[in-house]
Design a protein around this ligand. Structure first.
Ligand code: SF4
Length: 378
């Protein structure tokens, strides 16, 4: 039924992939790289007896290395890349009169929902792939050639708070690198099971750093994990890129918190931008219906299928209550406030990726690798 098709938790179609991951890790011919979604670092501890929201980034990196991954990378890097592309897409649409509002596309549960139920609004969707898909495309092209690795031997494993990502990686559009961009998705819960199977206790592990270059990220990348985060990250970059001035205040409190639909206005180049953020598909539906009827007008909208955004994802440790979501969100904002860089355009590895490979945001190569298209599925 329709519920199965759009269910953001994907619970009914969830497929356990841990055996496949053990098998590629044991295969010496494979170069297995792993990327970790923002929301996993603040929830994996719940699988191992820690308090919800405990930030375990460094220990998680150490644990993934001990599981045998050849490189441990960060989806936050690709979230920064998404901001570069999507921020410029917003600017382009504002300047050239493209379809507004621009609506975010990083949540596959949401993308599937709009394809089914609001196909007439698809032109509003950003053409950006979700961060972990961008990561896969970059890993099998830029990273492979930079390090002299045959892309055919690379296996990209994504650790995600999400079960909808298991469907997303199989979409035919997600093979821009000439290979399937991401090979396997593990949920936070599946990773928890693997750590227990391996007998790895995070308490006994040191904090380690991600590998480079695809492990470098900013505070803007990490806040993708909670509702309002993509919007806030985009504003940090778009506002500075257009004004050429550093922002006085980089925290956009209006888009934080758990109200179902949040609205805000910001000044950009003498123009007032109207913004909205919705999480949970019922809230998304309400917002889209108002748009369809012409009752609401916005320039930029962020939508996430799960309540609270990815911190409340269907692949996260159970239970996910509002109190647990709150603690995970606090962990996310803690990562942001402690980050060395907090704006995507300041990420040195992103600058290098553009200088060495992509050229500039929305370049031909960016379009080829990092952008996608959608189809009505009614
Ligand atoms: Fe997946 Fe995050 Fe979307 Fe939930 S909000 S479906 S966890 S991408």
């Amino acid at each position: 039924g329709q519920c199965v098709l759009v269910c953001p938790t994907g619970a009914l179609t969830e497929k356990n992939e841990t055996a496949r991951v053990w098998s590629v890790l044991a295969n010496p011919e494979k170069h297995v790289v792993v990327q970790v979604a923002p929301a996993v670092r603040v929830s994996i501890g719940e699988e191992l007896g820690y308090e919800p929201g405990t930030v375990l980034t460094g220990k998680l990196v150490a644990a993934l290395r001990r599981l045998g991954f050849d490189r441990v990378f960060d989806t936050n890097f690709a979230a920064d890349l998404t901001i570069m592309e999507e921020g410029h897409e917003l600017l382009e649409r504002l300047e050239e009169g493209g379809s507004l509002p621009l609506i975010t596309s990083c949540c596959p549960g949401w993308v599937k929902y709009i394809e089914h139920f609001f196909p007439d609004l698809l032109k509003h969707l950003s053409s950006c792939k979700s961060p972990h898909q961008m990561f896969g495309a970059v890993a099998k092209t830029y990273y492979a050639s930079k390090h002299g690795i045959d892309p055919a031997s690379i296996v990209v494993v994504s650790i995600m708070p999400c079960t909808a990502k298991k469907f997303e990686i199989q979409r035919p559009e997600m093979q821009a690198s000439s290979y399937q961009d991401v090979d396997i998705v593990l949920t936070t819960r599946e990773l928890g099971a693997m750590l227990r199977e391996a007998g790895l206790d995070l308490r006994n592990l040191p904090d380690e750093d991600f590998d480079q270059p695809l492990g470098q990220s900013t505070g803007a990348g990490v806040i993708f994990g909670t509702t309002g985060g993509v919007m806030e990250a985009a504003l940090r970059t778009v506002a500075e890129v257009t004004s050429g001035q550093p922002l006085a205040e980089i925290e956009f409190q209006q888009v934080r918190g758990f109200n179902g639909i949040k609205e805000a206005e910001v000044e950009l180049k003498g123009r007032r931008l109207k913004l909205a953020v919705a999480h949970g598909l019922a809230n998304a539906k309400q917002l889209l219906t108002a748009l369809q009827k012409g009752e609401a007008e916005y320039h930029f909208i962020e939508i996430m299928a799960c309540h609270g955004g990815c911190i409340g994802g269907g692949g996260q440790p159970i239970p996910t209550t509002w109190e647990v979501r709150q603690k995970r969100a606090q962990g996310i904002y803690q990562c942001d406030s402690q980050a060395r860089f907090r704006k995507s355009h300041e990420n040195p590895a992103i600058k290098e990726l553009y200088a060495e490979f992509l050229g500039h945001p929305l370049s031909h190569k960016s379009h080829q690798l990092l952008h996608t298209r959608y189809q009505p599925r009614r």
